[in-house]
Design a protein around this ligand. Structure first.
Ligand SMILES: NC(=O)c1ccc[n+]([C@@H]2O[C@H](COP(=O)([O-])OP(=O)(O)OC[C@H]3O[C@@H](n4cnc5c(N)ncnc54)[C@H](OP(=O)(O)O)[C@@H]3O)[C@@H](O)[C@H]2O)c1
Length: 166
């Protein structure tokens, strides 16, 4: 629950997703798109990121200008410059306490799936590839999500979805 009376932060899932749903392979992202990294930075700077411990490990450091909440079941896990939560509920409670406007769920696959019911907006980079991979993004069902904007470029598109009201 948001602690700021009268305002409720937007909870946004942000991901780069291949045509076959793949988002990760061998602990990493199987492509590099400079414009996507720049967009991630532009959208998330000044806000809170929630991410799984494996995603944090793949980045290896807290991202500057953002507050990072890392979710792990390991009671001994720690890293400088991040906030640790031991379940998804606590991660959101911490994020709500910190963040009056936007909370970004930044992956990976386990955390997108666990946070799915809380997401109201998706900022997706559709990547025009079908790479092999071992981690996927939940299906974006048309019945559940409405496309609000799309900016296409060579090899990728930035697409925003909003959750349809029940
Ligand atoms: N394309 C993209 O936009 C994008 C974005 C982010 C990540 N990725 C990729 O996705 C992959 C990582 O995704 P992943 O699904 O393997 O891992 P993940 O979601 O990043 O992290 C999984 C870890 O989070 C913790 N966790 C998960 N659910 C939990 C819960 N309910 N309570 C407490 N802790 C919980 C556990 O940590 P412990 O094991 O420490 O307990 C678990 O091992 C990598 O390949 C990464 O590069 C891609």
């Amino acid at each position: 629950m948001n602690t700021m009376a009268g305002s409720s932060p937007e909870v946004i899932g942000i991901a780069a997703v291949a045509r076959n749903g793949v988002i990760g392979a061998g602990g990493d992202i199987p492509w590099r798109i400079r414009e996507d990294l720049a967009r991630f930075k532009a959208l998330t700077t000044g806000h809170v990121l929630i991410m799984g411990r494996k995603t944090y490990d793949s980045i290896g450091r807290p991202l500057p200008g953002r507050t990072t909440v890392v979710v792990t079941r390991d009671p001994d896990w720690n890293a400088d410059g991040v906030i640790v939560a031991h379940d998804v509920e606590s991660a959101f409670a911490l994020a709500y306490a910190l963040e009056p406007t936007k909370i970004f769920v930044a992956g990976g696959g386990e955390i997108y799936a666990a946070a799915w019911p809380r997401l109201g907006v998706l900022e997706i980079t559709e990547v025009d590839l079908e790479p092999p991979g071992d981690v996927g993004f939940p299906p974006i069902e048309h019945a559940q999500w409405q496309e609000r904007s799309r900016v296409s470029a060579e090899g990728y598109a930035f697409v925003q979805y909003v959750r349809r009201s029940a």
